[in-house]
Design a protein around this ligand. Structure first.
Ligand code: NAD
Length: 360
């Protein structure tokens, strides 16, 4: 099986590549524009030019996307490429509409033309798996969980752009018969996550003795899933999920932001003792506009139909993540500098430094 993975140089895409290499015989076409969120070293150990090849392509570039389909003749697409950071979507929504909505449309059209020209047996086996977020469902109160039939009510430009993409994918299935499957997952954490997101930002700032900015009281609740569990779920959905269906993926691990930050501080204090507890670094900052209060996933469907459930507890996954950031400083250090991260974002050093101080 040959799979095009869009966004393969990103956090989850690269975890999917590592999982496929470890657990399957699949060959992979890594398709990525290499935006600021992609780190070349994430793919260095993956791309070998044979089983895994790399295509530096923007998913909005239809001619290039069509060329990749023509040249590589995939059996499936796992579509992860996206602008993924909510705070950036509030500041610069245009690129989110461009990549997440228009880019998904381009991927769907290219996939449809390619798929409709396949011989019947390959046509029947083809899959377009769109990877999305639980944020499309909006915010929950203190109780309840998102199911696959929860109506969409996105709050941020990011989640609205992902919701739009989800609808496009379903429309290409209903209108054109494209064999799609969609999954909506809760917050991921783990190795190789860009340090603008909550968990890596807090780990790194705490290591460097810098302030730990927490939105409001830190009472917003998220469900957390270790990225390797998500990668396993995605491969299960791709290979065994039913065409046209949606699957929610969750970690069964609800925690408020402040609980997460406390756990990071306490774990680091136990590993690398310092004079003052790292919790003292916590600085409460003005809340994010439109900040959803709570997300929680009902993952019964994927458990019952596909036999998947998370294997890593939040405590164990967080510890593994902290250990990874401690032992991979050469991966994340350059991302903190203006030379690498700032220039890639088109920002000056001061603006880039400020960006890294804003909580995910
Ligand atoms: P990420 O930001 O780490 O990686 C995104 C990747 O997409 C990067 O490598 C980037 O270079 C690439 N990309 C961006 N624009 C592109 C374009 N126009 N053309 C080609 N490549 C482009 O994101 P992630 O956290 O790995 O998320 C991957 C997917 O999973 C996204 O679709 C996201 O919406 C979804 N998701 C993420 C989470 C999470 O907690 N991180 C949870 C649920 C769903």
């Amino acid at each position: 099986m040959k799979i095009i993975i869009t966004g393969a140089a990103g956090f989850i895409g690269s975890a999917v590549c590592r999982h496929l290499l470890r657990e399957t015989n699949a060959s992979i076409v890594c398709l990525d524009k290499m935006t600021y969120a992609a780190h070349p070293d994430t793919l260095t150990h993956i791309v070998d030019g044979h089983r895994v090849v790399f295509e530096k392509v923007d998913i909005c570039n239809r001619a290039e996307v069509e060329r990749v389909f023509r040249e590589h003749k995939p059996d499936a697409v796992m579509h992860l490429a996206a602008e993924s950071h909510v705070d950036r979507s509030i500041e610069i929504p245009g690129v989110f509409i461009e990549t997440n909505v228009v880019g998904t449309y381009v991927m769907l059209e290219a996939a449809r033309h390619y798929w409709s020209g396949l011989a019947e047996e390959r046509r029947n086996g083809f899959r377009f798996h769109h990877i999305s977020t639980d944020e499309v469902y909006g915010s929950l109160g203190e109780t309840g969980k998102f199911t696959e039939t929860t109506p969409y009510a996105p709050s941020s430009p990011y989640s609205a752009s992902k919701a739009s993409a989800d609808h496009l994918v379903q429309a290409w299935h209903h209108t054109h018969g494209l064999p799609v499957v969609v999954s909506n997952c809760s917050n991921n954490y783990g190795p190789y996550q860009f340090p603008e997101k909550l968990i890596p930002l807090m780990i790194i700032n705490a290591l460097e003795g810098k302030p730990l900015p927490v939105y409001g009281a830190g009472a917003n609740v998220r469900d957390w899933l270790f990225v390797e569990d998500h990668a396993a779920a995605l491969v299960r959905i791709l290979t065994a999920g039913r065409i046209g269906e949606k699957y929610n993926v969750g970690g069964n691990a609800e925690h408020s932001n402040i609980e997460v930050v406390h756990t990071i501080c306490d774990t680091l204090d136990a590993m690398l003792p310092v004079k003052r507890p790292r919790r003292d670094l916590i600085a409460h900052v003005a809340d994010r506009p439109g900040h959803d209060q709570r997300y929680a996933i009902d993952a019964t469907k994927i458990k019952n139909e596909l036999g998947w459930e998370p294997s890593v507890t939040f405590e164990a996954g967080l510890r593994r993540t902290i250990e990874w950031y401690l032992t991979h400083q050469t991966w994340w250090q350059p991302l903190r500098s203006s030379i690498y991260g700032g220039q890639r974002l088109g920002l000056g050093a001061a603006d880039f430094a400020r960006r890294l101080e804003v909580v995910a």
